[in-house]
Unconditional design. Sequence first.
Length: 215
Amino acid sequence: MKRIGWYSLLVILLASLGLNGYFLNKQRDESLVVSVHDGDTFTLANGDRIKLIGVDAPELDNCMGKEAQEYLRSMVLHKRIFISEDKCDTYGRRMGLVWLGPGSVNHQVIMNGYARPDYTPNSISDSLKSAYAHAKQAELGIHSPTCKKISPTPPNKKCVIKGNIDKATGDHFYHLPTCRHYNQIVLDEDMGEGFFCSEKEAQAEGFRLAPDCLR
């Protein structure tokens, strides 16, 4: 009876170790990044789509959009990552702080000029703001003259209406050449700011006439 008892215990122990190993490997596989959609979103092997919390990278069609995607791809694709502060956004998509070893991917993306902080609350918000200030001062990525047009030239003489987004409120305004601050408007093309050929075109894209404009 004792032999049977020890044998049974051994079988249970081996089975437990096997199950633990199975679930450990499964968990490791589910943390593997299999595709990168843009500069702040990727998909894991289990199908979960992950958004970098506190990070807002350019849309793929905007200035530096594809470069931001490629930068994130070079960091995480085919690698196993760890996610902290895991939560869902309003679209049901997972978001969180993403780590490769001790380093935060969220921080690296912003520090190298491939995204802006979106101020979603998280434990490293201050660090993300500092990274943004560094990239801005160094004129990296989206802060370089490639995307930031201080004295922009219209694509042609008929397309002179400036589309501008208020960084504090997110409001979309367009400015006519007769508007008071027209010459002071800087275009951040990574955010989708640019020129329109008519007021109708600007309005169709969700922009409205700036309050300081005079008719």
